[in-house]
Design a protein around this ligand. Sequence first.
Ligand SMILES: [Zn+2]
Length: 216
Amino acid sequence: MKKLHSILSIVLVLSLVLTAFTGCGGKKDYIDYLVLVNKTHKLPDTWEETVRLKESENKYGEKYLVEEKALESFYKLQEAMAKEGVVIELDSTYRSVKEQQQLWDDWTIEFGEDYVKTYVAVPGFSEHHTGLAIDICIEKGGVRINDNDEMIAEREIFAKIHEKLADYGFILRYLEGKEDITGYGYEPWHFRYVGKDAAKKITEKGLTLEEYLDEK
Ligand SMILES: [Zn+2]
């Protein structure tokens, strides 16, 4: 009995040491994967100097920056989709606040302020600044589809993709029927990395990120 007791003590000590090292329960990510950036929530000021971005090249030779964990997860999602015969590729990812400002200024000159205010996110208020947002394109019969209206028409293909998102830590960010909450129209191509746990909860309940964060 005494021996059993000492074995139990060792197990207890070991598990405490392991917990301390792996930080189970208390481990903090280096960024907040649940960060909320929308038309009324600005990107945190220190975000761009903190976030770790990795470069990726899609099959069309275009280069993109994505947050490292989000990119790893995207590759896994892409592989899973390929097994089902669905091609997905990066089409738009990280945009710095500076780039957005440049776009804003250029378009204001070209199209006027009213147009820009309707179609371009205000610099600092685009989820694409986080590095956690990915716009994808798809292929049909070997042809790339990245036109918004054409993608919205491909319901069947996108349904297959959306079904898998949460397994890889992504959510569909701009849901149909929730435009008044997100501030954006339905975008079947815009995925947001939040991590597996949150993605599963959000998807199961059919919530937007805004609603999920309100509930927490
Ligand atoms: Zn997007």
